[in-house]
Design a protein around this ligand. Structure first.
Ligand SMILES: O=C(CO)COP(=O)(O)O
Length: 130
């Protein structure tokens, strides 16, 4: 399965932290990671193999949306920063719309991504209270 990973600047550390919690589980499965450019660099530095697209503002979200439209993606994890402005907001909306059009699982925060990854890796054992 190919999984797309995208994080706005204020959420890149969250993305790396989130992924590191599933490193062993992901390594045991046939999973290919793709990411927008800068998110991909952060992920790569934390020890994952990832195929990097363009940076989001330069069209990376649009490239990932194209993959989603072509049914190449099993899920999309997109940690958006709701407290910041983004010059490419139309691309962001387009990506989320395409996921809905094609019924592709889309997590936009760590809590939902955690549930999706636990389902994927069969490690779900109940929802934890904070
Ligand atoms: O802007 C983004 C998502 O909209 C992410 O792009 P980068 O991973 O290149 O920062």
């Amino acid at each position: 399965m190919k999984i797309a990973l995208i994080a706005h600047d204020g959420k890149k550390a969250d993305m790396v932290h989130f992924l590191s919690g599933f490193k062993d589980e992901l390594g045991r499965r046939d999973i290919e990671l793709v990411a927008t450019g800068t998110t991909g660099s952060h992920i790569e530095k934390s020890g994952f193999r990832v195929n990097k697209m363009l940076s989001g503002p330069l069209g990376g979200d649009a490239q990932i949306a194209a993959m989603a439209a072509q049914k190449e993606l099993g899920m999309v994890i997109f940690f958006r920063d709701p407290l910041d402005k983004h010059p490419h907001e139309p691309d962001v909306q387009m990506l989320m719309r395409i996921c809905d059009v094609h019924n592709i699982p889309l997590a936009t925060n760590p809590a939902s991504a955690d549930l999706m990854f636990k389902a994927l890796t069969h490690t779900f054992d109940g929802i934890e209270d904070d």
